[in-house]
Design a protein around this ligand. Structure first.
Ligand code: C2E
Ligand code: MG
Ligand code: MG
Ligand code: MG
Length: 285
């Protein structure tokens, strides 16, 4: 996708080679500037206890409130941010803002005290960022309790974790923070590693949930994944539940927690606060 543009500079014609790399640099600069300008917002999607419908957790999901394009979804900028490293400052902003917001809810809404906050982490934050220091600083600054924070890792980190990653996760775990493996089943995490790492939550990717109410084979596969999580004494959360029949089948398999449009869509902070205000105080206990 290389195009040539003639650029007139200092009276002479010069040729600027327009490459995808240049485009990446421009988009990276735009992303970093947007972090500085505070153009990102978080929406929160509840995770429910499917047996009772009670909210047990809220996952922070980032959106770019772009001055011209409106609300831009993470699918349009997260990959680039990971590629360029812009995810490190963006991810730090997400963690700080989510903890700040959740601490505020805890102070105002009784039911908010019983729920977990889950925040997505990028592999870059683990490899390049000073994550232990960032997490401890954010928790100290916001007053959000470590034992209510769950950091979501993708299977890439648990695929073949190096010693530094294992040590970092253990140090974080010692502060009281928990870990979830997100989108489980889409990567190639070896079962050994699941056992070796301090991971307490398994989130089954929605591709494993989609067909469980339509195909016996899909049902059997999801059933096996739930059994795997249960065997490792992990909390199992099914993602992308869109129909009541999927929720029923997951519960029958022994999967207690669910997330999906069938229960709640990701919502702006004010709406989540309203939901928590109306919730039973037994939430998440
Ligand atoms: P994820 O962490 O697996 O988050 C769940 C995604 O599935 C969200 O998309 C959510 O809106 C969507 N979803 C939830 N329920 C349903 C459902 O019933 N059906 C369908 N079709 N989709 C459902 P979203 O908000 O667009 O985020 C996409 C991905 O972007 C996230 O997937 C996560 O990997 C990444 N992401 C979002 N926020 C952050 C962030 O702050 N940091 C990092 N590193 N990644 C983030
Ligand atoms: Mg997630
Ligand atoms: Mg996920
Ligand atoms: Mg997913």
């Amino acid at each position: 996708d290389t195009a040539m543009y003639a650029a007139k500079r200092s009276g002479r014609a010069q040729y600027l080679v327009y490459t995808p790399e240049l485009d990446t640099r421009a988009r990276d600069a735009e992303l970093r500037a947007a972090v500085e300008r505070d153009e990102f917002v978080l929406h929160y999607q509840p995770v429910v206890d499917m047996a009772t419908g009670a909210v047990t957790a809220a996952e922070a999901l980032v959106r770019w409130n772009h001055p011209e394009r409106g609300l831009v979804m993470p699918g349009e900028f997260i990959d680039l941010a990971e590629e360029t490293g812009a995810i490190v400052p963006l991810g730090e902003w997400v963690l700080r803002e989510a903890c700040r917001q959740a601490a505020e809810w805890r102070a105002e809404i009784p039911a908010a005290e019983g729920i977990w906050l889950t925040v997505n982490l990028s592999p870059q934050q683990i490899k390049k960022g000073n994550l232990l220091q960032v997490v401890t600083t954010v928790l100290a600054e916001t007053g959000f309790p470590a034992d209510r924070l769950v950091l979501e890792l993708t299977e890439h980190e648990v695929l073949e974790p190096d010693e530094a990653t294992v040590a970092l996760l253990e140090q974080l775990c010692a502060t009281g923070v928990s870990f979830a493996v997100d989108d489980f089943g889409t990567g190639h995490a070896a079962i050994n590693y699941l056992r070796a790492l301090p991971v307490q939550v398994l989130k089954i990717d929605r591709s494993f949930v989609a067909g469980i109410d339509e195909s016996e084979e899909e049902y059997a596969i999801a059933d096996a994944v739930v059994a795997l999580g249960t065997a490792f004494a992990m909390h199992v959360v099914a993602e992308g539940i869109e129909r009541p029949t999927q929720a029923e089948r997951l519960l029958a398999m022994g999967c207690r927690y669910g997330q999906g449009f069938h229960f709640h869509r990701p919502q702006p902070p004010a709406q989540l606060a309203e939901l928590l205000r109306g919730a039973a105080v037994t939430i998440g206990r």
